[in-house]
Design a protein around this ligand. Sequence first.
Ligand code: MG
Length: 159
Amino acid sequence: MPGRIGQGFDIHPLVPGRRLILGGVEIPHGRGLEGHSDADAALHALTDALLGAIGAGDIGRHFPDADARHKDRVSSDFVRETMAKVRSLGWHVANADVTILAEEPQLAPYLDRMRDNVAELLGVAPDAANVKATRGEGLGTIGRAEGIAAQAVVLLEKS
Ligand code: MG
C-alpha cells in the first residue's frame, strides 16, 4: 500500500514582548515569535506537512490569519484539527521529522519535550516523532537571529 508524504516550512520574526513557543513548549527567552496565533513555527510547519500529505492545501487556507477566532490560538489545536482530517480520510502517521532553524536560544534542553508533544499530537510512538534543531552559523536571517524557521516532513500510511 503506497503511503503519502508531506512537507512544511514556516518562519516567524523574533520580537521583544512575546512568549517563545516551539513544538508546544514555552522556552524562556527575551524575545518570542510574532504572529496571529502563538506563532509556533514548528507546529505550523508540521500542520502544513500533514495538509500537504492529504492534498488539502495549506495552513493559511484552513486557519486564516484574518479570522479573529485564530488570534493567540494554541498551535497544537491546528495539528489536532488537521489530524482529525487525516484520520477521517483513513490515514495515520507513520513518522514525522521536524527541524527548527534558530540561532538563539539554545534549544537542545527542550527538544525531548517537543518530540513528546509531537508524538502525542500525531498519535505515534516517541521514536516515530523526531524534533531537531540547527543554527544559522551567523548567516542570513536565521543567523542574525531575526527570526526562527522550521521544516517538517511526515509520512502517512493507510489505516
Ligand atoms: Mg506560521
